[in-house]
Write a protein that binds this ligand. Structure first.
Ligand code: SAH
Length: 563
């Protein structure tokens, strides 16, 4: 029984919501809170107090006897924002209760015991069907007990703190196995069932055939990802209903596409009827994979349905994630979600440091030093091809002078790729300087490590002639000091010495600095590799210390006015 105690109107309202949701599990204690807490403490296994934590600490302190005897206590604040596990997190079940209460009241559960503070994804929230001892294995994970992962197929799971050996297991399989004691079985959607049917084939016949084929092959129906057939059968009622009853999508392919798939058992009948020598096998195999059940016919006479089962290889997932310029609040929520989704993180050590606290326990971190770019890209792709969920990180936007292109140049179409944009240095600097990018602008990297200087110079010249605002990335390093003055010189051939120039160093990082100067007075020696330099166009102005490039409205209205 859970005792509920409140003191205020807001508390009573929240209390009543809990009581209404769990009528058989809860009991409301009315009256003076001191008496109510003492009575509930003596009579209940758990308490939810809609009171300040301090008040509850004072009330229960004299009643405490030990970890195993005391009830679990959860406090919910007046605003209903937090459900705090105060006492008996494990033995008293308060951690679990805080989560339940949180879910019900839309409050954030606050859990401070060591193993629970590490936030683990729930086994039932991985997006895969799950069977077996979910509660027991979840608790073992939370309590830091050894849990072994036995993956029979590759699948991009999120990070889980699993060990080589353990008395608990998480088994990832599409085979028809019963979960053992202390085991959960996760069902990856690895099976594609190709189906064919003649006109009017009953759903029972199709479904019976599919289920029988899976059962006899020792495969779980929970791992079926989709039914597949030929376009001409997209509306065939028996197939449509079978897919519906299995709870999976029906995917269809053109006869031409299926005719091109190599199958072990082609035949003339479907060729005459729908224009491909194979429907079931071809539709199952069209996306690649291993044919586990070759074409078989239903037992009815005449047989009206065929099916074949393929296990397709698990597709790894590569997220290419931009971390933004530095500040945590310029890291997007989507980037955060992808960092927590990945079980393998690949990146430059200094960027890993920037987000290490966000990673979930169990995340494998592959960090390397400056320079090893190609190798990082290759590692990330290799891990994804093994079926892992990988995040490849870069500062700013990972596609801007960064890891996205070398990685995607390596990647084949057997992995899924997700890009998460980040705030690139030019934008971070622009916001600090004012509005320098209000009209056409371009970024140019002055690093001639991978690009011949002639090419860079040609681009700078083109930007100069086209009067485009220019942001220089990689503007100057110890070994590369003549490129920036040279580039500024080219711009100066087309812009006056008074043209505003913004210099921003370490944008959004703790030692951020910026200054607004001019093309005529910028001292290149004050610029380094932590800096971007933005040079205005001929219309850019210093207005109240801010760099502003007009959008050209005035020019536009002047034109219109003259018409
Ligand atoms: N992918 C990054 C750029 C990598 S190139 C992005 O999108 O921002 C590295 C160059 O970016 C540095 O030499 C510097 O010119 C610039 N840069 C990156 N972060 C910066 C920051 N926080 N402040 C100023 N310049 C930065």
């Amino acid at each position: 029984m859970i005792g509920l105690i409140s003191a205020t109107a807001a508390g009573a309202a929240a209390r009543d919501r809990l009581a209404a949701a769990w009528p058989d599990r809860t009991r409301v204690y009315e009256g003076p809170v001191g008496d109510a807490v003492r009575a509930a403490f003596a009579q209940c296994e758990q308490l939810v107090c809609f009171l300040a934590t301090g008040a509850v600490v004072r009330l229960v302190a004299p009643l405490l006897s030990g970890k195993t005897e005391d009830p679990g206590v959860v406090c919910v604040d007046e605003g209903g924002r937090f459900a705090v596990s105060l006492l008996g997190g494990h033995a008293g079940g308060a951690n679990e209760l805080a989560r339940e209460v949180g879910a019900l009241l839309d409050a954030e559960p606050v859990v401070t015991t060591a193993t629970d503070a590490v936030d683990l994804p729930g086994l039932d929230t991985l997006g895969l069907p799950v069977e077996g001892d979910v509660a027991g294995v979840s608790r073992a994970l939370l309590d830091g007990e050894a849990v072994a992962l036995r993956a029979e197929v590759a699948w991009p799971l999120p990070p889980l703190p699993v060990a080589e050996e353990g008395s608990y297991t998480i088994r990832l399989t599409d085979r028809l196995v019963e979960a053992a004691e202390r085991e959960v079985v996760l069902r990856p959607p690895t099976l594609v069932v190709g189906v064919g049917a003649s006109k009017g084939a009953p759903a029972e016949e199709v479904l019976g055939l599919v289920e029988g084929a899976l059962r006899e092959a020792g495969l779980s129906v929970a791992s079926v990802a989709e039914l597949a057939t030929v376009d001409a059968k997209a509306e065939e009622a028996g197939i449509v209903e079978a897919a519906q009853r299995l709870g999976v999508p029906l995917v269809t392919y053109s006869a031409g596409e299926l005719a091109g798939v190599d199958v072990p058992n082609p035949s003339d009948a479907p060729l005459a009827a729908v224009g491909t020598p194979s429907v079931a096998e071809a539709a199952a195999l069209v996306g690649g994979g291993e044919l586990l059940v070759p074409k078989r016919k239903s037992a009815a006479s005449p047989a009206m349905a065929t099916c074949a089962v393929v296990r397709r290889p698990g597709r790894g997932r590569l997220a290419v994630v931009g971390l933004g310029p530095g500040a945590r609040d310029l890291l997007t929520p989507r980037a955060q979600a992808e960092l927590r989704r990945a079980s393998v993180l690949v990146g430059l050590d200094q960027y890993v440091d920037q987000i290490r606290d966000l990673l979930r326990p169990g995340t494998r971190i592959l960090e390397s030093g400056l320079g090893a770019e190609e190798e990082r890209a290759r590692t990330a792709v290799e891990e994804a091809r093994k079926g892992q969920a990988v995040a490849l990180i870069g500062s700013g936007d990972a596609g801007v002078y960064a890891m996205a292109s070398p990685a995607l140049a390596e990647a084949s179409d057997d992995i899924d790729v997700v890009g998460v944009p980040g705030v690139t240095a030019a934008l971070a600097a622009g916001a600090i300087l004012g509005a320098p990018l209000g009209h056409d602008h371009v970024s140019i990297s002055l690093s001639d490590l991978h690009t011949p200087w002639e090419v860079i110079e040609r681009r700078v010249r083109a930007a100069a002639e086209a009067d485009i605002v220019v942001t220089f990335y990689n503007p100057r390093s110890r070994g590369r000091d003549w490129q920036l003055p040279k580039a500024l010189g080219i711009l100066a051939e087309h812009r006056t010495p008074r043209t505003p120039v913004g210099v921003v160093r370490n944008a959004s990082r703790p030692d951020e600095s910026s200054r607004l100067t001019t093309l005529g007075s910028l001292d290149p020696a004050t610029v380094d590799m932590m800096t971007v330099v933005t040079v205005g166009n001929t219309a850019t102005r210093d207005i109240a210390g801010r760099m502003v490039t007009p959008r050209g409205y005035r020019w536009q209205s002047a034109q219109e006015g003259s018409e």
